[in-house]
Design a protein around this ligand. Structure first.
Ligand code: KG4
Ligand code: ZN
Length: 335
C-alpha cells in the first residue's frame, strides 16, 4: 500500500513547529523552534510577542523541515494544522501558512484540534489500541477521556477551574522559580520531602478536577510564612504540592479504568513530562495490569509531530478544511 505523508504545522502557543509524519506513526523529520528564552524575560508567554515571532519564523521552519526530511512539498499528501485551541494570534499564523500551502500545491487541508494532537503523540511511540482511557494534562487542559475507537473522544471529566499545568506555573512563580514553572517545580520536588499540610483537591466520586484551591493553599501558606518572617522550604513545598496533584490525578484515572473496564491508558500533554506523575502511573499500572503509554519528553510538550500523527487519522476519516478555515482560541475536542 502506498504510504501517506502528512506535513503538519503547530503554532498554538510559543513553539513554531513543522513535522513530516508517515502513516500516522513514523516521524520523518520535525523542527521545533521554541520561544521560551524570549518569554522567560516576562515570566510567561506574551501573546503579541509570540505571534510576531511565529510570523518571522514560520517559512524558515517549513523549509528547514523539508530539508531535514530530504523531501519536496510535492511529495507530501496533505497539510495538517492546529486550528485551536490556543492563542488566537499564534494559531492564525499556522492556519494561514497551511492554507497557503494547501492552495498553492493543491493538497488537502486537515484541521487538527490541539488536544487530539497531544493524544496521538502516543501513536508515535506504539500503535494505539482501543478502547482506552486518555489522561490529558497540559497548560490549558486537564481531562479524562474515554476513546472507544480511533478519533472518538468522549470526555468523562475535566477541571472545573485551573488546568494542572497552569497551577504548576502559578506555584512556580510564587516560590520564585523561572518560567516555564512545571519542569522547575518537578525538579525541586524530587529534592524535598512531603512536609507541608496541603489538601487533596476535589477528592470525590466524580472524574472532575479542581486545582485552584490547592494553588491558593500554596500561595497562602507561602505568604503567611513570609509575614511571620519564616523561610519557606521551597523543595518541601514543591514536593507536597506535587504529591497532592499526582495523587488525585492517579486516583481518578485508575478509577476510570476500573469503572469503564478498560486496560489501556495513555497520557498526553505537557504535564505528561512530569517525573512524579510518570513514576506513580507506571507503578499503579504495573500493579493493575494496565498497558500504559506515556510519550517521551520531546512528544509531551508542544510539537508538530503529534499534529501529523493525529492528522493522518483525520485524513483517513475524510476530515477536511477549506480556505474558510479559521483559528479558534477555545473549543472542546469532540468526536
Ligand atoms: O502541552 P503544553 O506544552 O502546552 C499546552 O498545550 O498547554 O504544556 C505546557 C504545560 C506548562 O504549564 C508547563 O509548566 C507544564 O506543561 N509542564 C510540566 C512539566 N513539563 C511541562 N508540568 C509539570 N512537570 C513537568 N515536568
Ligand atoms: Zn499543548
Amino acid at each position: 500500500m502506498k504510504s501517506t505523508y502528512i506535513l503538519a504545522i503547530e503554532s498554538s502557543c510559543d513553539e513554531t513547529s513543522v513535522s513530516i509524519i508517515k502513516d500516522g506513526h513514523e516521524e520523518i523529520a520535525t523542527v521545533v523552534l521554541t520561544q521560551i528564552d524570549i518569554h522567560k524575560l516576562f515570566g510567561g508567554v506574551v501573546p503579541e510577542v509570540a505571534s510576531r515571532h511565529h510570523i518571522e519564523n514560520i517559512t524558515i521552519v517549513i523549509e528547514e523541515c523539508l530539508h531535514k526530511a530530504n523531501m519536496t512539498i510535492e511529495q507530501v499528501d496533505a497539510i495538517a494544522v492546529t486550528y485551536g485551541p490556543g492563542l488566537i494570534g499564534s494559531l492564525l499564523i499556522g492556519v494561514q501558512a497551511a492554507k497557503t500551502l494547501a492552495y498553492l500545491y493543491q493538497k488537502p487541508l486537515i484541521p487538527v484540534h490541539h488536544i487530539a494532537g497531544h493524544i496521538y503523540a502516543n501513536n508515535l511511540v506504539e500503535e494505539m489500541k482501543f478502547p482506552l482511557i486518555a489522561l490529558v494534562v497540559s497548560g490549558g487542559h486537564t481531562e479524562l477521556m474515554y476513546m472507544k475507537e480511533d478519533y472518538s473522544f468522549e470526555k468523562i471529566g475535566g477541571t472545573l477551574d485551573d488546568a494542572v499545568g497552569e497551577a504548576y506555573d502559578k506555584v512556580a512563580r510564587v516560590i520564585g522559580l523561572p518560567y516555564p514553572g512545571g519542569p522547575a517545580v518537578d525538579k525541586l520536588a524530587h529534592q524535598g520531602k512531603d512536609t507541608y499540610h496541603l489538601p487533596l483537591p476535589l477528592d470525590d466520586d466524580s472524574y472532575d478536577f479542581s486545582f485552584s484551591g490547592l494553588k491558593s493553599a500554596v500561595i497562602n501558606l507561602s505568604h503567611n510564612e513570609q509575614q511571620r518572617g519564616n523561610e519557606i522550604r521551597k523543595e518541601d513545598l514543591a514536593c507536597s504540592f506535587q504529591n497532592r496533584v499526582v495523587e488525585i490525578l492517579a486516583k481518578k484515572t485508575m478509577k476510570a479504568l476500573k469503572e469503564f473496564g478498560v486496560d489501556r491508558l495513555i497520557v498526553a500533554g505537557g504535564v505528561a513530562a512530569n517525573q512524579g506523575l510518570r513514576e506513580r502511573l507506571q507503578t499503579l499500572c504495573e500493579q493493575e495490569n494496565i498497558h500504559l503509554i506515556i510519550p517521551p519528553m520531546k512528544y509531551c510538550t508542544d510539537n508538530a509531530a503529534m499534529i501529523g500523527a493525529a492528522g493522518y487519522f483525520a485524513y483517513q476519516l475524510g476530515i477536511r478544511g477549506d480556505l474558510t478555515l479559521n483559528a479558534k482560541a477555545t473549543g472542546e475536542l469532540k468526536k
